[in-house]
Design a protein around this ligand. Structure first.
Ligand code: PLP
Ligand code: COI
Length: 342
């Protein structure tokens, strides 16, 4: 089959409906075997658990066309495990890892014509998600659930592609101490909408959230973890119980140590340390690595030494190595790349 007629190199991060999606239903205490369907519409009760009490969680991963023309996904087992952690925290049923990976393989194979060609800079984004679907009116977990995966071809998450962005220290918190910051629940993103609209109005691309208990340590942004490179060229990543355990960040820590021979510190990072770093970036499936050029802390602008023109040299090496692994140019660690049978 031929690739779809899409202007791949000019895609932003938006939704384009593709031909197929994966769906599995949970009823009477078990998941069905799952199926590929064409209907993008969902029908459910007006009183569904997801609509009343936001009982939903989701994941994000990508499919890539490699330099040899294969289609692959990157560490889907870790997305499957994180979905299980999110589900457990929200009293939702656990979807087996094998079923998650089976769904990923089937939905990518079915939508192979939407996987952007190698070299265009675009990828196929997968959005697995689960929600409570039966009527729930007293506050309690639903008994029936739907798990779906849809796909959409995407380009860079931030306008301007790899250009450094300006972000601001948010006055809002995205997570509470002992709350749900470490899982991928839709409610965390609903919480961040007013903050992101406010930041955009003020000319910033994202919010930098601080630790909710003391507001002195750096946590993450609305949709990505944070990376720093210190003046000695070491990778420093903020550690906290209320940030999402980013699969990209965990992969980059491994790449930094084992491919690039960098020293890595995973520790609490105080806001007051910001001006000590040489480079700063955001990392995530959607963001990949997006460089940060400046951080505005209530009117005080902290300029990151790598500047507003391009990504700093150490982050660039991390970016090249990670995307090299994902696109088949660099040998991957065992088990990281899962090939799709077209
Ligand atoms: N932090 C938040 C709040 C996110 O939404 C995401 C996106 O998934 C990430 C971090 C990055 O995680 P990952 O690298 O697993 O995509
Ligand atoms: C992802 O990177 O997959 C996310 O879910 C982030 C979201 C803000 C698009």
């Amino acid at each position: 089959m031929a690739k779809k007629d899409i202007d791949w190199s000019n895609l932003g991060f938006g939704y384009i409906k593709t031909d197929y999606r994966y769906v599995s239903y949970f009823k009477d205490g078990k998941w069905d075997e799952g199926a590929i369907i064409t209907d993008d519409k969902i029908q459910m009760s007006e009183c569904a658990g997801v609509l009343q009490y936001s009982q939903n969680c989701f994941e994000g991963l990508k499919a890539y066309e490699t330099k040899d023309g294969d289609i692959v996904t990157f560490r889907p087992d870790l997305n499957a495990e994180r979905l299980q952690q999110s589900a457990a925290r929200l009293e939702m049923p656990i979807l087996p890892v094998e079923q998650f990976i089976d769904g990923v393989k089937k939905v990518v194979a079915a939508n192979a014509d939407f996987v952007p060609p190698y070299g265009t800079g675009a990828t196929l984004y997968l959005r697995p998600f689960m929600f409570g679907s039966n009527p729930v009116i007293g506050v309690k977990p639903a008994e029936e659930y739907e798990f779906r995966i849809f796909t959409t071809p995407v380009g860079p998450y931030f306008k301007g592609g790899a250009k450094p962005i300006k972000i601001k220290v948010s006055d809002f918190d995205r997570a509470a101490p002992r709350g749900t910051g470490s899982i991928k629940a839709g409610l965390n993103y609903a919480m961040s909408l007013h903050a992101i609209v406010t930041a955009h109005k003020e000319g910033f691309a994202e919010n930098l959230y601080l630790d909710p208990a003391t507001r002195t340590y750096i946590e993450e942004t609305g949709g990505a973890n944070i990376l720093f490179i210190d003046k000695e060229g070491n990778l420093v990543v903020p550690k906290s119980d209320s940030i999402l355990p980013s699969i990209t960040r965990r992969s980059l820590v491994y790449v930094a140590k084992n491919y690039l021979g960098l020293k890595v510190e995973e520790r609490k990072v105080a806001l007051s340390e910001l001006s000590d770093f040489a480079e700063m970036g955001l990392c995530g499936t959607a963001a990949v690595i997006s460089p940060v050029g400046s951080v505005n802390d209530h009117g005080k602008e902290i300029l990151i030494p790598s500047g507003m023109e391009k990504m700093g040299p150490v982050l660039q090496k991390l970016y090249d190595t990670l995307t090299g692994i994902q696109m088949g140019r660099i040998e991957a660690p065992e088990g990281w790349i899962v090939k799709i049978n077209k």
